[in-house]
Ligand binder design. Sequence first.
Ligand code: NI
Length: 228
Amino acid sequence: MLLHVPEVLNADELAQCRRRLAQAPWGDGRVTAGHQSALAKHNLQLPEGCAETEELGALVEAALARNTTFFAGALPRHIFPPLFNCYRGGQSFGMHIDNAIRYDRRGDTSVPVRTDLSATLFLNDPEEYDGGDLVIDDTYGSHTVKLAAGDMILYPASSLHRVEPVTRGERVAAFFWIQSLVRDEAQRRLLLELDISIQSLGQANAPQADVLRLTGVYHNLLRAWSAT
Ligand code: NI
């Protein structure tokens, strides 16, 4: 399932990101690629642990913490600290699959994070560049994604995906991975659909006892399917 999460960042936050990223120490994106994907990856990336990555990563994480759509769709257990990339001058990232495990090295220990979901948060508008589409293959076919600045796409990290060459301007984005409380994608999808249905029944003044019973079903399914 692909989930479009609109307006993760507001205009002020986007302006702050762009101001900081314009001065940032961009390096070769292959430093975080696995052996196979390094062959396909041609972009710029901010080093992990540099001041801009940490400051803007905290900004993105704070925005995610207040976003109910993100929470309902991802059911996050662990969010890998956001990274930032830039494609320009024909740069692209050929078809690849993301590493299954990433290590969160904040703090004293290195915590393994299983990448259930991949996220791309677009930081500039589609009119500012040509190309740069994120193309995701899943069992339903091939999906092309190019979103407004501040919007985010969540997709299964198990999908093959690529970024088309950027032939004009530059494409700047944050990207990161999420380990979900619910590993199984089909179960996550059922929970999201149930969650959305319960909320709309609540707004439609459905009988309270029915809403309550369905809410119980939601939580008991989450209890059954989650791993903490
Ligand atoms: Ni990737």
